[in-house]
Write a protein that binds this ligand. Structure first.
Ligand code: NAP
Length: 258
């Protein structure tokens, strides 16, 4: 029989990279509220512990594990720690990302490109490869990558980041094909402009006002706007959805260009 509570995550174990603040924090809190045991992770353990305290005070289950996703040994240690403390991982959210360069691709330094691809793409490949066998052994799982509308169009100033986010969308499609036979669903979310520390340069002041004026829903996105989409993709409600990129952008990419 179809579940009557399709968004319920009781019994699930979720790892969210970069979840001490912003979109990752909202995802951790939302998945925990839906019943998942969650691992809150970022470079700064104190900030993760604060999120864990909020979740546990609300009756949820969470652990804090420090992990800089640019370091392979730390990524391994994160997943080992989560399996030891919470059990087999059934939901992986690849959320942590960096944007080390601002300006045209013509002026991009090679080391900045290497960094953005290592953190935003290669680290995700490693994390997915590491969790997939366990998910397969348990009968399935859900992986969600944070892409961006930046990966769907050209950009004057964040081109390298945009390339990495387009690659994340392709990771969703590619892993969906490779892991579908194991009942592992892999999807991506492409947020528009979300009001977090990461994107301050893009939404503060007149730039933000201009963006809002061009956005059909007439506002910037909030981290919670993205967390709900991730909950959907993680849950049984999305049991036949894989290889997709769900755009959550207030309508800016479908706005009237005329
Ligand atoms: P944010 O508010 O700056 O939060 C980033 C989180 O990642 C923090 O918890 C940070 O904590 C952690 N982090 C940063 N570098 C890390 C690293 N090397 N290893 C592990 N954790 C790291 O950013 P956000 O806006 O929520 O962005 C989250 C995701 O959404 C990213 O993938 C981003 O590309 C995507 N996105 C954002 C927007 C937007 O408008 N904000 C739009 C589209 C897509 P520590 O500093 O403690 O490590």
């Amino acid at each position: 029989m179809t579940s009557l509570r399709p968004f319920n995550l009781d019994g699930q174990v979720a790892v969210i990279t970069g979840s001490s603040r912003g979109i990752g924090k909202a995802i951790a809190m939302t998945l925990a509220a839906a019943g998942a045991k969650v691992a809150v992770s970022s470079r700064k353990i104190e900030a993760c512990v604060e999120v864990v305290e909020i979740i546990t005070a609300a009756g949820g289950t969470a652990v804090a594990v420090a992990c800089n996703v640019s370091d392979k040994a730390q990524r391994e240690a994160l997943l080992d720690a989560v399996e030891n403390q919470l059990g087999p991982i059934s939901i992986l959210v690849c959320n942590a990302a960096v944007n080390p360069a601002y300006g045209p691709l013509a002026a991009l330094e090679e080391k900045a490109f290497d960094k953005v691809m290592a953190v935003n793409v290669a680290a995700n490949i490693h994390l997915i490869n590491r969790v997939a066998p366990g998910m397969a052994a348990a009968g399935g799982g859900s992986v969600i990558l944070l892409s961006s509308i930046a990966g769907m169009m050209g950009s004057q100033n964040i081109g390298a980041y945009a390339v990495s986010k387009a690659a994340d969308a392709q990771l969703a499609r590619n892993y969906a094909v490779e892991l579908g036979p194991k009942n592992i669903r892999v999807n991506a979310v492409a947020p528009g402009l979300i009001r977090t520390e990461f994107s301050t340069l893009l939404w503060e002041g007149d730039r933000g006002k201009d963006f809002i004026a061009r956005t059909p829903l007439g506002r910037l996105g909030e981290a919670e706007d993205i967390a709900g989409v991730v909950l959907f993709l993680a849950s049984k409600a999305a049991s036949y959805v894989t290889g997709q990129v769900i755009v959550a952008d207030g309508g800016i990419t479908i706005a009237d260009p005329f």
